[in-house]
Design a protein around this ligand. Structure first.
Ligand code: HEC
Ligand code: HEC
Ligand code: HEC
Ligand code: HEC
Ligand code: HEC
Length: 261
């Protein structure tokens, strides 16, 4: 059976089995759409979105497998957190009912504002960049999910700026170097400092303090890639370098007091 036929067959079957009519009118997402729920962080997990979708077969089950290993799944961002709807219901028209805030998957042009509800700094830097500038002219590409995916979202890493990552689909090495070169040394420095902080004795009261400061500045640093232009990255990197100087100073300061004991 062809892919299309199979999908249609599954849908018709579901319509009969569940005795429901597939919803026709659904909400369209706008930048003002609320973040629908964090409730499952507090209550035992009832995630019928994932449970039903898992059984649907392609192209509607892949998202569950991808999402399960994502950084979002581990941080309480569930299907309904992004898509809306009522995850406690097993009935399609209720779970995915507009009355319960369900919204169809966002169109490419709506994705930045959609992800940006929770990642405002990323959104801002994206709009400020050449990618944001030419977003409409370039058929809404690249946007957040071009580089990060929509369900299989993982922790970011400098190696996302490379020919083998999304960049290679559109650019040559020169473009990549423009972004990667001003980041690479600082990236190495942050990893080195992080290793040193983790290696501090557990009873050292400075360890959690320095770790928090480093995690915060690392997050800020990892947002610099979005700006794309070397000049902007170098300018914005200066405050980050100063914070790293301070953290490094505190680490060494600490060494000497330990040795002095
Ligand atoms: C009883 C099974 C079932 C449950 C429960 C269910 N879904 Fe679905 N979902 C489907 C089916 C079947 C489709 C494809 C037909 C359609 O779009 O109505 C679908 C389609 C979708 C789509 C694609 C819509 C589009 O843009 O075309 C999204 C997104 C989605 N579901 C999310 C959710 C979320 C979020 C929940 C929980 C709040 C949920 N689903 C609960 C069966 C289910
Ligand atoms: C972080 C937000 C986010 C979460 C969490 C999320 N989705 Fe999505 N989903 C999206 C976006 C954005 C799209 C738009 C499609 C794209 O460009 O990939 C999408 C698209 C879809 C589609 C349409 C088909 C497709 O892949 O384009 C389905 C079905 C779907 N999601 C189901 C789910 C289910 C089921 C879950 C939970 C297991 C889930 N989503 C969790 C953001 C999310
Ligand atoms: C409901 C809020 C919410 C939405 C919507 C959301 N995210 Fe997230 N995202 C989070 C949380 C919470 C984390 C984990 C904590 C953190 O790193 O900020 C996270 C982490 C991430 C990370 C890893 C950051 C890192 O430091 O490594 C990326 C990349 C990401 N999200 C991209 C996206 C994309 C792309 C979308 C849209 C498809 C999206 N997010 C939509 C809440 C959200
Ligand atoms: C052209 C590819 C690309 C696009 C488009 C893109 N990102 Fe990123 N994003 C990256 C890279 C590369 C990094 C950082 C890698 C590093 O240096 O560790 C990153 C870092 C991040 C981070 C971690 C830093 C932080 O601010 O917390 C988040 C979250 C994130 N992106 C979300 C988004 C969102 C939301 C959008 C859309 C508004 C988006 N990204 C658009 C490539 C992209
Ligand atoms: C879907 C295609 C696409 C992807 C994927 C993509 N870009 Fe771009 N990029 C563009 C377009 C279009 C422009 C604007 C026209 C130009 O400068 O070529 C652009 C511009 C740039 C510029 C020029 C910035 C300036 O200020 O002039 C840099 C640097 C760049 N991209 C780096 C990257 C990096 C790094 C990645 C991967 C993390 C990436 N791009 C992913 C399409 C893409």
């Amino acid at each position: 059976m062809s892919f299309l036929l199979r999908t249609v067959a599954v849908l018709i079957m579901l319509t009969f089995v569940l005795g429901v009519i597939l919803p026709t009118a659904r909400g369209q997402r706008t930048p003002e759409s609320p973040v629908t729920s964090w409730r499952k962080l507090e209550t035992p997990m009832t995630d019928n979105c994932a449970l039903c979708h898992q059984r649907l077969g392609e192209p509607l089950s892949r998202q569950v497998a991808e999402w399960q290993g994502s950084i979002h799944a581990w941080n309480g961002v569930f299907c309904d957190t992004c898509h809306g709807g009522d995850p406690t219901s097993t009935i399609l028209t209720v779970a995915m009912g507009e009355q319960n805030g369900f919204m169809d998957a966002p169109l490419p042009e709506a994705v930045p504002d959609d992800c940006g509800r929770c990642h405002p700094e990323a959104l801002e830097s994206f709009w400020e960049s050449a990618h944001g500038d030419l977003f409409e002219a370039n058929d809404f590409e690249p946007e957040c999910v071009t580089c990060h995916n929509s369900h299989d979202v993982t922790e970011v890493h400098i190696d996302m700026v490379s020919m083998t990552a999304a960049c290679g689909e559109c650019h040559n090495q020169d473009y990549i170097d423009e972004v990667r070169n001003p980041l690479i040394d600082t990236d190495g420095r942050i990893e080195r400092l992080y290793g040193q902080i983790l290696a501090m004795p557990g009873d050292n009261p400075n360890a959690p303090y320095l770790r928090n400061r480093l995690v915060r500045v690392r997050k800020e640093f990892r947002g610099l890639a979005h700006y794309l232009a070397t000049n902007t990255i170098v300018t914005r990197r200066q405050a980050i370098d100063r914070e790293l100087d301070y953290i490094e100073f505190m680490l060494h300061f600490d060494d000497s007091t330990v040795e002095g004991k």
